[in-house]
Write a protein that binds this ligand. Structure first.
Ligand code: ATP
Length: 341
């Protein structure tokens, strides 16, 4: 049974169509990430699930229940938002207890649930502090503990890590993943950070201009993007796109037609000696990144990015030969950008 189901959600703000008929199912215990560029409608969709915004059309279900017109507090959800500051005048303990007190749990139960949430988030020793006495990461943990303390069936998170520095984000990302699996809460998580999405999600819904353009497990979305938008959005650096004329296409693919070839930087094999069937190219820029290096190359008359082992000693100006295995290619229609099967 899907824990969250959206049917034909449409939303306008003034003349702007922000959501254009979104259908989505999030399974019980699933960690779903809504991923997309700024302004594509992720937050609006999440707010509609939360009941903080009403759709113009469409329906929202939580489990079997239709909740489209119910207020937030009647939906049994918990939320952690980007700037969802914890209450500054309450201690960590009181912050975590807040939702439980609202639900009028007896004091003994409140104490027990606060203790458990604090333990899960590893902030047990901070319970008597005020938010001003905490680091950004600790404060964020308090916000998550407060949301989880009420043991919601569905947890909604909107860019909860975006105010933190890179290292802390990385650490909290793994912790959140562990935590949400441990508690088994169904989660809808909004981010525009594709690394976060890839690393955390069971499934990713990629959004573009008010629509979900692809929905699937992270690796599937990464390896089989349905169009050049998804291919270009996921991956760091993104997929290379090579427009090939019929002649070049026939050389590479044995098929005479115009295509856009998508190849990931890690699938571009770079050789320093000529190899049979290799395509000649030239090194433009080398960026050493530790375990590998990012090389900008010129080949097929255009610039491409390749990630290659650090052991290759490449200098700008060096001639190279490139090979792409057929299995790693994705073909797109040059006019529509849609993947060709
Ligand atoms: P970001 O990653 O930048 O938060 P997003 O994908 O979450 O972006 P939304 O916040 O859902 O995008 O906004 C989608 C569009 O709707 C944007 O063009 C935004 O300007 C517009 N919008 C959002 N809320 C309102 C509102 N209350 N009134 C008018 N326009 C709005």
């Amino acid at each position: 049974m899907a824990r969250v189901r959206l049917e034909g959600i449409e939303k306008r703000f003034g003349r702007t169509r922000v959501l254009k008929g979104v259908d989505l199912e999030v399974q019980d215990r699933e960690f779903l990430v809504l991923l997309g560029p700024s302004g594509c409608g992720k937050t609006t969709l999440l707010r509609i699930v939360a009941g903080l915004e009403w759709p113009d059309r469409g329906r929202v279900f939580l489990g079997e229940r239709e909740v489209t017109s119910l207020p937030p507090r009647a939906r049994g959800l918990a939320m952690v938002f980007q700037n969802y500051a914890v209450f500054p005048h309450l201690t960590v303990r009181e912050n975590i207890a807040f939702g439980l007190r609202m639900r009028r749990y007896p004091e003994g139960i409140v104490r027990e649930k606060v203790g458990r949430a604090a333990e899960l988030l590893r902030i047990g020793e901070l319970l008597d502090r005020y938010p001003a006495q905490l680091s950004g990461g600790q404060r964020q943990r308090v916000a998550v503990a407060r949301a989880l303390a009420v043991e919601p069936e569905v947890l909604l998170m909107d860019e909860p890590l975006s105010n933190l520095d890179a290292l802390l984000r990385l650490e909290l990302r793994a912790e959140l993943k562990r935590l949400l699996k441990e508690t088994g809460v169904t989660t809808v998580y909004v981010t525009h950070d594709q690394m976060e999405a890839m690393g955390m999600a069971d499934r990713i819904a990629v959004m573009r201009e008010g629509e979900i353009v692809q929905y699937g497990p992270p690796l599937e979305v990464y390896q089989k993007p349905v169009d050049t938008f998804v291919g270009g959005f996921l991956g760091h650096p993104p997929m290379n796109f090579l427009p090939l004329g019929p002649e070049e296409a026939s050389f590479l693919l044995g098929d005479r037609r115009e295509v856009l070839v998508g190849v990931r930087p890690e699938d571009l094999q770079v050789f320093q000696e000529e190899i049979p069937g290799g395509v000649p190219g030239r090194v433009l820029v080398v960026e050493p990144l530790g375990p590998h290096q990012l090389v900008t190359l010129e080949a097929w008359g255009q610039a491409l990015k390749a990630t290659v082992p650090s052991s290759l000693s490449l200098e700008p100006g060096n001639p190279v030969w490139l090979r792409i295995s057929k299995e790693s290619l994705r073909l797109f229609d040059p006019r529509t950008g849609r993947a060709l099967l």
